[in-house]
Design a protein around this ligand. Structure first.
Ligand SMILES: Cc1cc2nc3c(=O)[nH]c(=O)nc-3n(C[C@H](O)[C@H](O)[C@H](O)COP(=O)(O)OP(=O)(O)OC[C@H]3O[C@@H](n4cnc5c(N)ncnc54)[C@H](O)[C@@H]3O)c2cc1C
Length: 412
């Protein structure tokens, strides 16, 4: 009689849950007896899914391509077609979970509740007989003649690593697993936070609390790297918000330490400088008595207007009629392009994802680890991250499904 294989899925997040479900389905198709257990260090599986997308879970995007990813994008291009966005949506629909897109192409559960996504996955895990071992942190993985021994007392014929990264506010448990990989000589790209905020050198606290729509440009040694539009949030340490988070993916810690990066904020992106100047000239003519602060607060939040006036050494009460062309250009120039020198990236606790992780050269195109046969990897622990918009969860679903299916398909 065929003995059931024990498949250990290490990490019960988005990718681990998906991997467990696809391994169980593949085993059923192939009439393979398996016991699948999710080993989760936290007291319950899927906790992070609940906080994604501000509790609404932006689970994928209408536009998925490697252009929205960083790191090992070649591996992404090879793996993504195997379980792409459409297959992901069909999978969730088969679990009863319908979805809806917003105007920016971000896809959410129809309920707009992250809990719906987790419930659907957990219900499917239960239906397929997938076991859960919570409060079980895996810190060692040792090869034996027949398979692998986890924490020296859990035997697994095959294992799927799905421990995620170091980002997020919850306590992280990944170090043990990454130490195992390092000891096995498995190459990982250096880890650092991404989708996080920027600390600005000598940042003024007077801007703290301002939130305004705008556009940010990240430059390195004066050369533009990327631009992003969205809400700019000014904090006590620097600049946050969706646009800053997106740009953080382009910044590397070494270059930050060398003072190479700067962020430039366009606080009035809807109008070109020439249009703003024309507007100023018109107002100066029609309302020469209008104080500069009143003029500016018609364009930006008042606190930002006050800051630009201070920076350009203009008294807020200066009537427009008394302002010279040079003075007006200086002020409007700050509104269109105020440059802030980047001091640091915010740490892992403020980040949504981790850059770095397992290099593509360590994996087959079925996501098996070349130096640990029978062990697969998926999710954020591979050196692939996406920008904001559902791209990271899409990678978790894609890589989880591919690792789960292949873990069964590749059994001799
Ligand atoms: C606040 C926040 C909001 C986000 N919003 C979005 C969003 O809307 N859309 C999007 O696409 N992405 C979002 N992300 C990113 C996304 O959540 C992650 O990329 C995704 O969850 C990664 O899935 P994963 O399975 O690889 O890792 P995780 O979801 O991190 O799961 C890893 C699991 O492994 C467990 N674990 C770790 N180490 C061990 C160990 N040694 N032994 C046993 N278990 C272990 C962890 O406890 C965890 O449960 C967000 C992230 C954060 C922090």
């Amino acid at each position: 009689m065929q003995h059931p294989l024990h498949i250990a899925v290490i990490g019960g997040g988005a990718s681990g849950l998906t991997a467990a479900i696809f391994a169980a389905n593949e085993a059923a198709v192939r009439n393979r007896k398996v016991n699948i257990t999710l080993y989760e260090a936290a007291d319950r599986v899927g906790k992070k899914i609940l906080v994604t997308g501000n509790g609404r879970c932006n689970l994928t995007n209408e536009q998925i391509s490697s252009a929205s990813y960083f790191g090992e994008t070649g591996l992404f291009d090879r793996i993504y077609p195997l379980f792409d966005r459409d297959k992901t949506l069909s999978f969730f629909a088969s679990l009863g979970l319908l979805t809806v897109s917003d105007e920016a192409g971000r896809i959410y559960p129809y309920s707009r509740k992250a809990a719906s996504v987790l419930d659907a996955l957990l219900t499917e895990c239960a239906r397929l007989g997938i076991r859960q071992s919570v409060d079980t942190k895996i810190s060692s993985i040792r090869k034996t003649p027949d398979g692998y021994l986890l924490n020296e007392d859990i035997f697994a014929d095959r294992a799927i690593l799905a421990v995620g990264g170091k980002a997020g506010s919850a306590k992280q448990h990944t170090d043990g697993v990454f130490s195992v990989l390092a000891a096995a000589g498995i190459g990982c790209a250096p880890f650092y936070p991404a989708l996080t905020a920027f600390e600005i050198k000598g940042f003024t606290k007077s801007l703290k609390g301002i939130r305004a729509a705008g556009e940010l440009m990240l430059s390195k040694n004066g050369k533009t790297l990327a631009c992003a539009a969205g809400e700019i949030q000014y904090t006590e340490y620097g600049i946050s918000g969706i646009a800053a988070m997106e740009l953080s993916c382009y910044a590397e810690p070494e270059a930050i330490r060398n003072g190479a990066y700067a962020l430039t904020a366009d606080s009035i992106p809807a109008f070109a400088f020439s249009e703003l100047r024309a507007h100023f000239e018109k107002m100066k003519k029609s309302r020469p008595d209008m104080p500069a602060i009143v003029f500016l607060t018609g364009l930006t939040p008042k606190a930002l207007a006050q800051y630009f006036l201070k920076e350009s050494e203009t008294d807020p009460q200066t009537p427009l009629g008394d302002m010279t062309r040079k003075q007006a250009d200086g002020l409007l120039g700050l509104c269109k392009a105020k440059t802030y020198p980047v001091g640091a990236l915010r740490g892992f606790e403020n980040a949504q994802v981790m850059r770095g992780g397992i290099r593509a050269s360590e994996l087959t195109d079925t996501l098996q680890m070349k130096k640990m046969p029978g062990v697969y990897a998926c999710g954020e622990m591979i050196d692939i991250i996406g920008t904001c918009g559902g791209y990271n969860l899409q990678w978790a679903w894609t890589s989880g499904a591919v690792a789960g299916m292949n873990c069964i398909r590749e059994i001799e």
